[in-house]
Design a protein around this ligand. Structure first.
Ligand code: NAG
Ligand code: NAG
Length: 994
């Protein structure tokens, strides 16, 4: 019986798609289940008239959600002696210590509410017998506080099938004829992170233009023009609460939350959202907008302290009635550093001044009861490093580098502050080295990797994520908030279930299709994170080495096809949600990536005198216009509901700031009716920018009168063949043949016809290594025949194979193509030391995954000296002795443990001396090292190349990667044996003999 019951619950639970929460809802009854709605009747929802207004409001949403799912209307009423009808079995909702109804039930039934007492936002729900006179049983939903009760209801709504994003991403609600809850209900304790926020930032052009169209009659707020009024924010507050967020930093650049709409602050408080202002806007006033409107004199506390104090006093008076988390401190106007020669003393004076304002205006003697946060953003962190301290009760908000790498976490000595610590994180950014604000480019495994360190190191008081215009980052926003709500549910190995559960909840997919969507999302965000789309150009991916650009193109095509297949089989009502959340980002990102490579190919081919340049140029132009068509498709969806949301420009960046219009990448063409000087046929082998016949600067050092091409082939090259393109040098058609003078070399195809309709053929060369005898070489004669009378053109290519042998008993990675490369997770051995080991972080990084020392607080939080820590070992075989450069490709994390514990690891080959590597240089306080910045820097490349050199003889060896410090993430390792070629992602993984 017990077994059957659990099987039934398991089978039913599969239909319920609440993410990161208990499951207590079922769609089919069991003997003990409580009926929420069934047979045309819904349980009435009963509240207490002295309940929080925000709970009263959310209860209306709760009833509407039940109706949305079942079509059955639930009544919502305050308890009176005549409500509910005595025969009904109601749902009773209320807040402990606030709702007299709930307190009465707790008192009379002796219900155990110890799990709620003195908790923050906790809740429990369960069936209670005889809760009130005449009522046999009820489903009682109790919150520890206002938001605890609200979250209890929204938690159930999500399980019923109402996505938090039902309005914001048009996720349809799946109809159910009945809704039931298990008698034991659902419960949740206090969340991991106390204040969980998003920050709307840099909201032009997308969010602001959209909101202006949808929430105003064309003119925004009187003083600011802002469209972000109470109608807009009500929608947002509901979304936030449905995701169990409780905090918001509002839009700021041309807005002032407290001024734009006098109802804004009131509405936030009514809904239950704790307001804040951004890191650079102290005392609940928008900077620069409000200061520019109302401030007198300069925004400089050195010279204008009285006016600034008055300004803050007024902001404090205005916000006093509401629940706030107050930003304290100060930055200069326009989000710049404050001025003056003694910023630390000045900031100390500023904070003392703000403390006095709290005491005076809020009438408190103990300022520690006022929730306050001080953001250690950019140079402000530098002041902290130089000794500036604020009172213990002020939360320290550590910040990332604006690129998703948290710069500092609390040190053990900083973890017992009463105000605790938090993290300010970015999904979107305006600034150096380049804005990224167009489309989703953050990997959930990366967010997890960074924010789980924050959990480990107790930076859990406040989390704020900068979400730009919000809309293209829906899924990643929800992950941030879900993880902040209950971090204990998530680990590196189950992160993919966040996306698959999300896909099932949003699109009602089968498990298989949800798996496909998870892969799509993994690849979409990986491709956009390995280099932000704003930083890509037409030669980011090598057009000649490792087939890198071709592989990138193929991967985009696969991704588009997979997304299209899912899109096409979804019901019409689900397609708009899928389009917004998955399909548009896939199509638009793939389009941009494909366009840039086509542009690059046109320029390369034109330089090689190939007619095919023109088709690539045409393709780039077509895709350039298609970029806007995709934007338009988004904007016209659902009668224009999301008009402007994709207004963001993203093509043609010239410096860090967004371009004012999208512009074409450089393309090139050849004259389509003229012949290339050297004749009809062009021969272009892979791996070179050169082409034959005729002169080309890349053929040889002399750049003219160069010999025909020589192509080396390596037995253990991970790419087992080589190609040569046979192409048109102009409009004249020709036929071609490729003749080989060696039986061990095959050429496929060996003949073809080229014309303006088929401008090039790709010919693959393959060596039969069993037949090949060391030292042999071959010649391929490419002969073109054209014209009438026919003339021939001969171009030769010399093939030089390199046959290498490894001992029969060798296992490991083998040198090929001048390199040994492997993913960091593909270690031969993994050695644990003091309970610590290198753990695989699936999905992280540019190519496959990352490895990181685990558990992070292991070894008593001490580091290891080089060569003593946990290690990964990689067996490899090299054919050329000498100096090998070993490059560890590591995530561009910052020195989060402070300047005296910089990130580092050690490498060792065989029993040689271990070499340590501290790859992230310490910078001046509050600054980033020079190598972090620039178009070829750490964050632009999304990687740090950490190198060590080892003197090694030819043969079998073992590379060891040792932990020195935690929080180092190694993605891939490349050993250069003298032949590594330029590429963005590094050589492909070497042949592994296992
Ligand atoms: C319950 O009473 C409160 C206070 O009078 C009122 O604001 C609220 O609208 C009532 N709720 C319902 C559902 O009638
Ligand atoms: C709790 O119930 C008892 C009777 O069972 C009553 O005397 C007491 O006043 C109640 N307390 C509250 C706080 O309602």
């Amino acid at each position: 019986m017990l077994l059957r019951l659990s099987l039934t619950i398991g089978a039913l639970a599969a239909l319920v798609h609440g993410i990161g929460q208990d499951t207590c809802v079922t769609f089919q009854s069991s003997s003990s289940s409580f009926t929420v709605a069934s047979n045309g009747k819904a349980a009435p929802i009963i509240l207490s008239s002295d309940e929080w207004p925000g709970v009263q409001r959310a209860a209306q949403d709760f009833a509407a959600d039940i109706q949305k799912v079942t079509g059955i209307k639930a009544t919502v009423a305050n308890f009176t002696s005549s409500t509910p009808a005595r025969s009904s079995l109601p749902i009773i909702v209320g807040t402990l210590g606030k709702s007299t109804l709930i307190d009465q039930i707790v008192n009379s039934t002796k219900l155990d509410v110890s799990s709620l007492e003195n908790q923050w936002e906790a809740f429990k729900t369960q069936v209670v017998a005889n809760p009130l006179p005449g009522i046999a049983k009820a489903y009682v939903m109790i919150g520890a506080d206002k938001r605890g009760t609200i979250f209890a209801m929204y938690d159930h709504s999500e399980q019923f099938g109402v996505s938090p994003w039902y309005w914001w991403a048009d996720v349809p609600t799946t109809h159910q004829s009945s809704l039931f809850v298990a008698p034991s209900g659902c419960s949740h304790g206090s969340p991991t992170v106390k204040y969980r926020a998003i920050f709307l930032n840099d909201e032009q052009p997308a969010l602001q233009n959209w909101a202006a169209e949808k929430f105003t009659n064309g003119t925004g707020a009187a003083l600011t023009g802002s469209p972000f009024n109470t109608m807009f924010y009500s929608k947002l507050f509901e979304l936030l609460l449905r995701m169990k967020a409780n905090h918001l930093w509002p839009a700021q650049w041309s807005s002032a939350f407290g001024v734009d709409d006098p109802l804004n602050q009131f509405t936030a408080d009514y809904y239950g959202i704790i307001m804040g202002t951004s890191h650079e806007e102290p005392m609940m006033r928008s900077i620069p907008v409000e200061w520019n409107l109302f401030g007198q004199g300069p925004w400089d506390f050195n010279v204008n302290s009285q006016n600034i104090t008055n300004f803050w006093i007024n902001g404090t008076i205005r916000s006093a009635p509401f629940e706030n988390l107050w930003t304290v401190g100060m930055r200069g106007n326009g989000d710049e550093p404050i001025t003056g020669s003694a910023p630390i003393a000045l900031l100390e004076a500023i904070i003392a001044n703000q403390t006095q304002i709290f005491q005076d205006v809020l009438n408190v003697t103990d300022p520690s009861i006022v929730p306050q946060v001080w953001a250690l953003y950019k140079e402000v962190e530098g002041y902290y490093d130089e000794g500036l301290r604020v009172p213990d009760y002020i939360s320290l908000l550590w910040s990332d580098d604006n690129w998703g790498n948290v710069r500092r976490y609390p040190l053990p000595s900083e973890r017992n502050r009463t105000g605790g610590a938090g993290v300010y994180y970015h999904y979107d950014y305006v600034g150096d080295p380049r804005d990224y604000k167009w489309i989703t480019s953050t990997q959930i495994p990366k967010v997890f990797e960074q924010m789980s360190i924050a959990v480990d190191r107790d930076a859990t008081r406040v989390w704020v994520v900068n979400v730009g215009d919000m809309k293209p980052y829906e899924r990643e926003i929800e992950f941030f908030l879900t993880y902040a709500w209950n971090s204990s549910l998530w680990n590196p190995d189950n992160l993919d279930t966040f996306v698959s559960s999300w896909a099932q909840r949003e699109f009602d997919l089968s498990k298989g299709d949800a798996g496909t969507v998870t892969e799509i999302v993994t690849n979409l965000t990986r491709f956009n994170a390995r280099r932000k789309p704003e930083l890509l150009n037409s030669s980011t991916f090598s057009l000649i080495n490792y087939r890198e650009a071709d592989n990138v193109l193929a991967a985009w095509t696969t991704l588009q096809d997979a997304s299209t297949a899912i899109y096409n089989k979804l019901p019409e009502g689900t397609q708009p949600a899928f389009f917004q959340l998955v399909h548009h980002p896939v199509l638009a990102s793939a389009n941009l990536g494909t366009m840039l490579i086509a542009a690059g190919q046109s320029v390369l081919r034109a330089s090689q005198a190939r007619l095919s340049a023109n088709a690539f140029a045409d393709e780039a132009e077509t895709l350039f216009e298609r970029d806007f068509d995709l934007e338009t498709e988004y904007h016209t969806l659902l009668d224009g509901k999301w008009d402007h949301m994709m207004d963001q420009t993203h093509l043609g960046y010239a410096y860090w700031q967004q371009p004012m219009h999208n512009s074409m990448p450089q393309i090139s063409r050849v004259q389509k009716n003229k012949q290339a000087l050297p004749g009809v046929m062009r021969i272009s082998p892979e791996g070179t920018l050169a082409a034959w016949p005729g002169d080309n600067q890349f053929q040889c050092a002399q750049m003219f009168s160069c010999p025909p091409p020589t192509i080396t082939m390596d037995q253990f090259d991970p790419i087992p063949n080589k190609f040569i393109d046979v192409g048109a040098g102009g409009p004249a058609p020709f036929t071609w043949t490729a003749e080989v003078n060696a039986s061990w070399l095959t050429v496929t195809p060996s003949h073809g016809s080229i014309s303006p309709n088929n401008t090039e053929d790709r010919v693959f060369l393959e060596v039969n290594w069993n037949e090949f005898e060391a030292g042999a070489q071959a010649t391929v004669n490419f002969t073109a025949v054209s014209g009438n009378p026919p003339t021939t053109l001969l171009v030769q290519a010399f093939i030089v194979p390199n046959k290498t042998e490894v001992p029969a008993d060798f296992k490991g990675f083998v040198e090929g193509g001048g390199a040994i490369a492997f993913e960091a997770e593909h270690a031969t051995r993994n050695n644990t030391v003091a309970g610590m080991f290198w753990r695989v972080m699936p999905g992280l990084g540019k190519t496959l995954s990352g490895v990181t020392p685990w558990p992070r607080l292991g070894n008593n939080e001490n580091n290891f000296t080089a060569g003593t820590g946990p290690s990964l070992e990689y067996d490899f075989y090299n054919f050329n002795g000498g100096n090998l450069t070993v490059t560890a490709l590591v995530s561009p994390s910052g020195n989060g443990l402070g300047a005296d514990r910089p990130l580092g690891f050690a490498m060792q080959v065989d029993e040689g001396a271990p070499q340590s590597n501290y790859f992230f240089p310490n910078a001046a306080p509050g600054a980033e090292p020079a190598a972090w910045d620039g178009l070829n820097g750490f964050v632009a490349n999304s990687i740090i190349s950490a190198q060590n050199a080892f003197e090694v003889e030819a043969g079998a060896h073992t590379l060891k990667l040792f932990m020195i410090e935690p929080a180092v993430v190694v993605q891939k390792i490349v050993i250069d044996t003298g032949g590594v070629k330029a590429s963005y992602l590094g050589p492909p993984e070497s042949v592994l003999i296992s």
